[in-house]
Design a protein around this ligand. Sequence first.
Ligand code: B12
Length: 361
Amino acid sequence: MTDDLTATAQRIRDWAHDLGFQAVGITDTHLEETGQQLNQWLERGLNADLSYMSAHGEKRYRPAQLVEGTERIIAVRLDYRPEPDDPDTVLADDEKAYITRYSLGRDYHKLMRKRLAKLAKWIDEALPGYYHRAFVDSAPVMEKPIAVKAGLGWQGKHTLLLHPQAGSWFFLGEIYTSAPLPVDEPWATDHCGTCTACLDVCPTNAFPEPYVLDAGRCISYLTIENNGPIPEELRPLMGNRVFGCDDCQLVCPFNKFSESTEEPDFQPRHGLDNSTLAELFLWDEETFLKRTEGSAIRRAGYEGWLRNLAVGLGNAPSTIPVIEALKARTDYPSEMVREHVQWALRQHDPISPRADASAGQ
Ligand code: B12
């Protein structure tokens, strides 16, 4: 190891912190064990329709196949939980729309990619002759196992990366480099112990076992990644979670004392942290496009947005604003949206089984 590489590794840490990253670590490219676990997950069909998870074969766990000559990976962490924040009150109010904490502000991909690109450029200048390539959830990269190996934390029973002080409210990003930089110690301890809070709280029972997620049951998948209808049996379990879900993180003891972010870009926009289902459902497409500009919510598309909100409204109390909002969309051109609206209206029908059951309580 040359002095040059050792000194640069230290400077990379300083630069990463200057750029606003809360943690940084360096690791090698050996991810074979993780690759086997990924293949088992795919064989069990736990990726649902996430075809991008199986599309790249070995590239995902053999970094040098993705970018030839890769020797090391620099992993970074960027915290995102906004402040002030009152997720429990919104979750408990059936007429409000719960939107995951990570998508209340500006889409993190752009912000993070820009900063990582800057870091890669500085490293390029410090280490001529080597190349550096930045990734943020943008390529077949095993971000969590890489972060574990780089010493940033462990994968909790909910599968997310956790740190004893920082919890899990953060994004991960990476730089692949051909420079043989000195590596950090991997994270060695799993602090989850006997706690099963995240597994027990999951509204749709998406964890077939600890450390394994069935994407097809995860509300995050159902409301963001899924392009089709939401399976009917899961709809009543989703409550008012209309874009992503944070339950497994909200209940985690390690998140109780985690720091909030100081990034202005991650603060909630357009009151998305405290809006009613009915008002969001009545946004027309132009309003949707305007208010979600630069936001991760765009990923669901307008029809997906209406589909999700219809499910939330079906689970809401039978108030006039809820029923009026649903009725305003019974003729919506999309067959998928209409079907979810019809389902939601049936939940408010006095002769439906659901209404009978709640009347008797
Ligand atoms: C696909 C994906 C999803 C899918 C599937 C999630 C999943 N767990 O795989 C869906 C759409 C459901 C999803 C949801 C969310 N996601 Co996502 N997602 C990804 C993505 C693109 C790939 C993850 C992946 O590789 N999955 C494959 C499976 C096989 O991996 P795994 O679940 O970690 O499984 C491992 C363990 O099961 C382990 N294992 C198996 N058996 C055992 C047994 C033991 C004892 C142990 C210790 C381990 C173990 O082996 C597996 C392979 O390593 C990453 C970005 C990236 N490129 O890495 C973001 C990423 C994981 N997501 C992220 C976020 C923020 C979320 C949400 C919180 C968003 C939200 N609020 O709605 C939720 C959280 C849901 C959850 N509990 O995981 C962040 C997580 C940051 C963090 N702190 O970890 C990432 C890293 C994106 C980023 N750049 O920051 N996501």
